[in-house]
Write a protein that binds this ligand. Structure first.
Ligand SMILES: Nc1nc2c(ncn2[C@@H]2O[C@H](COP(=O)(O)OP(=O)(O)O)[C@@H](O)[C@H]2O)c(=O)[nH]1
Ligand SMILES: [Mg+2]
Length: 304
């Protein structure tokens, strides 16, 4: 299956919930009027664009309808796709990969179950086949023994070096050792896995700040990507989660996972509009091929 087909399949539920409803509305009407636009607004808010993003979008729609003198409801679908494409393009970003021979370092963050460890595994596979083959994985999620084991399995499968300590050990110490290893052993990539849950939210955020600080100190430069893995099935809650993490550790990118498991993929619109953090990766399934760079044009094409 081509990537576009995978993406279409992955976005099927979002497509039905968002575009399906809009199409239905438009075909039941004969002209564009305020009542139609209000119903459109309700659909978009309900399809996880939320109030702010929807109102901003509808402002643009109204303006274009006026300027272009549109009357036929059928023309609204194309207009909507065009506006969305523009907005999502502004939020598209690509992964920062170093070209100077120094290890590229990713700190991967997110709540439990969002997909951090599997995202790391998928990235490791991809980097390996792209010729960035010397990869170190850091098991800085020391909160659960199972998390370390899971990463160890992926390290073995992808031929990566694993740096780990005992369960319960200081995650910053793991991250420090891994950074040290990556610098001393000519590694291409260092991918740091972190915990998504501690006894309190405060502890988690303090721990993440410390990991970030310790790694950057050892590197003598900023980490290349501080990547937040966000579960798309959370819908609107993904926004508050992103804000929380961003306060602790300034994020450089978002990986939006599990788009295949949800009709809530519309959440990418407020993520793009309100967070000002580039979306770099999207995940539409469990295999390595299902995690790709986010490309706004592809996304909109698959959706519409
Ligand atoms: N359907 C689907 N499942 C995913 C995706 N990304 C991750 N998962 C699954 O989500 C579950 C939790 O992932 P994991 O990496 O362990 O989350 P972590 O706790 O953040 O490390 C696993 O079963 C993954 O296979 C995705 O894009 N689509
Ligand atoms: Mg994990």
């Amino acid at each position: 299956m081509s990537w576009l087909d995978r993406l279409k399949t992955g976005l099927k539920r979002t497509q039905q919930r968002l575009v399906g409803q809009v199409t239905q509305l438009l075909s039941s009407r004969h002209r564009i009027d305020e009542e139609l636009l209000e119903e459109l607004e309700a659909i978009l808010i309900g399809a996880d664009l939320g109030t702010d993003a929807t109102l901003a979008l509808l402002d643009r729609v109204r303006e274009e309808v006026r300027q272009r003198g549109l009357q036929d409801p059928q023309e609204l679908l194309q207009l909507l796709a065009d506006i969305l494409r523009q907005q999502l393009r502004a939020a598209q970003g690509s992964l920062a990969l170093r070209q100077d021979g120094q290890p590229t370092v990713f700190l991967v963050l997110g709540v439990n179950g969002s997909g951090k460890t599997t995202t790391i595994a998928k990235l490791a596979q991809r980097f390996r086949s792209d010729g960035r083959a010397r990869i170190t994985l850091a098991a800085a999620d020391t909160f659960r023994a199972a998390a370390i084991e899971q990463l160890a399995i992926w390290a073995e499968r992808t031929g990566a070096k694993l740096i780990k300590h005992r369960p319960g050990a200081d995650p910053s110490a793991v991250a420090y050792d891994a950074t040290d290893y990556a610098l001393n052993h000519g590694q291409d990539m260092l991918l740091i896995d972190t915990a998504g849950r501690l006894h309190t939210k405060h502890n988690l955020m303090e721990e993440l700040k410390k990991i970030n600080r310790v790694v950057e100190k050892r590197l003598g430069r900023p980490i290349d990507e501080r990547l937040l893995v966000l579960d798309a099935t959370l819908g609107q809650n993904a926004l508050s989660q992103a804000r929380l993490f961003n306060e602790a550790v300034p994020l450089t990118g978002i990986a939006l996972t599990k788009l295949d498991g949800t009709g809530k993929g519309g959440i990418i619109v407020p993520i793009a509009q309100e967070l000002h953090i580039p979306v770099k990766l999207i995940g539409v399934g469990e295999s390595a091929d299902d995690l790709r760079d986010f490309v706004a044009d592809e996304f909109v094409e698959a959706l519409f």
